[in-house]
Design a protein around this ligand. Structure first.
Ligand code: 4AD
Ligand code: MG
Length: 479
């Protein structure tokens, strides 16, 4: 007989038909005559209540069952006597796959701190929180592919190992097979990468954009969804050294089209979460409210998680250019009262998280798209305006700050080469990228959505290390 998953079982009517359930014990309690075992198999948030009569299952076997043990239970579905569920499983036969010693198993049916759970990332999938986050993460991945497929985009795989630096921002991880203890040297005493695996210096990519552009200039609408790597030493709640990025790129789109696409895309994802993930969202919402109970009122979220997701879905994103944003920030209360760690004094300043959050959470109280940044603080490939700005756009979300970065691209060959030279990027190294501006160039635009930043928003989790199964951050690559 085949196993039935708990997700399916919980929707069934009571019946005398024998069922087989397999899963892990979350909790066991009981009396002299009967044991109540909460069994979870990850198929959904809820666990199944298993009722095992001591007489039937045997005292010895029941004594070996503790939190964390893996079981196979054969039984029948009865109407549930407890609240919250329609049915419970009356055990006829229990087999133990694997025991878990209560002295050693680190997860017990009580609240564990997220910090502690990070230290046991190999087991944290078995908690309510990480089960919910993992299912939600899957749902968002699926929704992303569905959105693009539905809208005529083609998914392309862009390389993970690259010889170019797309963003020119931050450090990259080197990829090499040279012996670090005695690398070959050239006549100047520098490491001779001609002898390295690829015959040149290579790194892990920071973005799939440059290659996505090549494909967009033939297939019109493409997107990549891959891992990206940044070797910045940023120990914040919003930065990972290895994260996943969704990068659509569309030929013939300008910056307005790009903003429309990003807004529509993000709202689709919000709606998908609300329509498909309610059980997990309700748990995550409660988790967040409980966690905030101990905080002073001012630090608590104004809206609950589900309200927040809904409010993004219902809002029209505020579109504002950098120059106007600076004006607002310069005249803002926190700036005047010197509350910002980085005061805004003049045009040209890069926006820090505190400024982004002020605009989103205090000033506009909805997602904000900032456009037309100074070219000095943005990447070489962005379309140049007649002044010193570029056709960039950053989307800022409540509680997160920057969630999307994108732009219209510079499609004019000479302007692009000039900008590269100004920024000390060798046009010869990027001949293939420049070729697209020589042959059939067209206006085009795209953006990158940080997948874990999106996950922070929809899960209500506070730390990016808790929305990816195995976070990679400075000094941390244990699992
Ligand atoms: O703004 P970024 O650097 O843009 C790009 O890489 C462009 N090539 C995208 C494009 O136009 N195709 O990164 C895009 C997004 C950010 O808005 C942020 O959400 C996320 O990626 N991100 C990070 N997420 C987690 N950890 C980090 N260290 C991140 N750096 C960027
Ligand atoms: Mg950015």
């Amino acid at each position: 007989m085949k196993r039935t998953e708990i997700k399916e079982l919980l929707g069934m009517e009571p019946s005398k038909e024998l069922k087989i359930v397999k899963g892990w014990v979350r909790n066991k309690r009981g009396s002299k005559n009967v044991a109540f075992i909460t069994l979870n198999d990850g198929s959904c948030f809820s666990s199944l209540q298993v009722v095992a009569a001591v007489e039937q299952a045997g005292q010895d076997l029941l004594a070996r069952i503790h939190t964390g043990a893996a079981l196979c239970v054969e039984g029948v579905l009865n109407p549930s006597r407890g609240a919250g569920q329609n049915v419970e499983l009356e055990a006829k036969k229990i087999t133990i796959y694997g025991e878990a010693s209560p002295e050693e198993y680190p997860l017990q049916p009580k609240k564990h701190s997220l910090e502690f759970l990070r230290e046991i990332a190999h087991l944290r999938f078995r908690t309510n929180t990480f089960g919910a986050v993992t299912r939600l993460r899957h749902a968002m991945i699926f929704a992303i592919h569905q959105y693009f497929h539905q809208n005529g985009f083609y998914n392309i795989h862009t390389p993970i190992i690259t010889a170019s630096d797309a963003e020119g921002a931050g450090k990259m991880f080197r990829v090499t097979t040279l012996d670090p203890a005695s690398p070959p040297k050239d006549s100047n005493g520098k490491v001779d990468y001609r002898e390295d695996f690829f015959g040149r210096e290579t790194h892990l990519t920071v973005s799939g954009q440059l290659e996505a552009e090549l494909a967009a200039l033939a297939l019109s609408k493409v997107y990549t969804f891959g891992p990206t790597f940044r070797a910045e030493n940023s120990n914040t709640k919003r930065h990972l050294a290895e994260f996943w990025m969704i990068e659509p790129e569309v030929a013939f789109n300008d910056l307005d089209d790009n903003m429309d696409l990003a807004e529509d895309f993000l709202k689709f994802l919000m709606k998908y979460a609300l329509d498909n993930c309610m059980e997990d969202l309700e748990f995550l919402e409660k988790r967040q409210t409980d966690a905030e109970k101990n905080l002073p009122a001012a630090q608590r979220e104004e809206m609950s998680l589900i309200q927040k997701i809904r409010s993004v879905l219902d809002s029209q994103f505020q579109r504002i250019n950098y120059t106007d944003a600076i004006h607002i920030l310069k005249n803002s209360k926190p700036n005047k009262k010197k509350k910002f760690q980085f005061p805004i004094n003049e045009w040209g300043a890069d926006l820090q998280a505190e400024h982004e959050r002020f605009l989103v959470e205090k000033h506009f109280k909805k997602p904000v798209i900032i456009t037309d940044y100074p070219k000095a603080i943005k990447a070489f490939y962005m379309k140049q305006n007649p002044d010193d700005t570029v056709r960039a756009m950053d989307i800022l979300f409540p509680g997160i700050g920057e969630i999307v970065g994108g732009s219209q691209r510079e499609e004019e060959y000479h302007k692009l080469v000039k900008r590269m030279e100004e920024m000390a990027i060798d046009p010869k190294e990027m001949w293939w990228y420049l070729d697209t501006r020589k042959f059939g160039t067209v206006p085009h635009a795209g953006f990158g959505l940080g997948f874990e930043r999106l996950m922070l928003f929809v899960s209500g989790m506070g730390n990016i290390r808790d929305v990816i199964p195995f976070p990679r951050t400075p000094q941390n690559a244990e699992f």
